[in-house]
Write a protein that binds this ligand. Structure first.
Ligand code: ZN
Length: 258
């Protein structure tokens, strides 16, 4: 409880706090995690090897890529998932003016569904398509009939083939996302790291950059991570984000009234 009060106080004293979220915040919405001890890749290493080839497949043969996307069992689970108490608490903290931006590594759009406004999806979103040539993004819904009929969607601006907005392995982070994230990280004086062990690069650089440029870094995770061991985080609150974030939001609300 002491730590909840401490993080609430730190948030209230901050001028520009942001959140950095990862898989741990979405597992509580039933979205399986890839790298965790019970993750998809622990159970099916072949799936991990396939995942590393998806982007090259798109570059070589967009039709094959879309056939593979259509066969995926994970995207339908993500499409149906609903935000949980952790997403809602972050949205509430934004409304209270205490979280200015969320940078998420998740592709599920659950922060948007929970009502958060300033969200940067570092690894893209399953609900959008993106042109790797001109960078335009489109709502997947617009193309769903075309995709289901076996055709490859094309960019409405430059007519190049579209892929999912999701950033696959070996695919560069889109420049607009990179620059926006970097600006937020340089601007923040507090970063709340929620449900991520920060091992996937370049996203994992963000808390390290925040720390290097003077921000306080606070972790909320089930276990200690490399951020804890490297001394990147100032302190860690161990536990489920779905339990801890709502308590923090409550405490911030209570203290604001005093
Ligand atoms: Zn284009």
């Amino acid at each position: 409880m002491e730590l909840i009060k401490k993080v609430a106080r730190d948030l209230l004293e901050s001028k520009y706090a942001i959140a950095f979220t990862g898989a741990g915040i979405s597992t509580e919405s039933g979205i399986p995690d890839f790298r965790g001890p019970f993750g998809i890749w622990k159970r099916d290493p072949e799936a991990e090897r396939r995942a590393y080839k998806v982007y090259t497949k798109f570059l070589k043969d967009p039709r094959e890529y879309w056939i593979e996307v259509q066969k995926s069992t994970i995207y339908p689970i993500i499409d149906k998932a609903l935000p949980n108490s952790a997403h809602r608490a972050l949205s509430e903290l934004e409304e209270l003016g205490k979280i200015m931006c969320i940078i998420t590594q998740n592709i599920d759009g659950l922060h948007h569904k929970a009502g958060s406004k300033n969200v940067i999806e570092f690894h893209g979103s399953v609900s959008k398509l993106r042109c790797i040539c001109c960078g335009s993004r489109f709502d997947k819904k617009e193309f769903i009939n075309l995709i289901e009929s076996g055709r490859v969607p094309k960019c409405k601006i430059c007519e190049n083939f579209l892929k999912l907005d999701v950033v696959h392995f070996n695919e560069p982070i889109p420049p607009d996302i990179y620059i926006r994230s970097f600006n937020e990280v340089m601007r923040c004086d507090l970063m709340l790291v929620c449900g991520t062990s920060a091992v996937v690069y370049p996203a994992a650089e963000l808390p390290r950059i925040a720390k290097r440029y003077g921000a306080k870094v606070i972790e909320i995770n089930l276990e200690e991570t490399t951020l804890t061991f490297e001394g990147v985080s100032d302190y860690i609150i161990k536990g489920r984000v779905g339990e801890i974030l709502p308590k923090i939001a409550e405490e911030v609300k209570r203290s604001k009234k005093e």
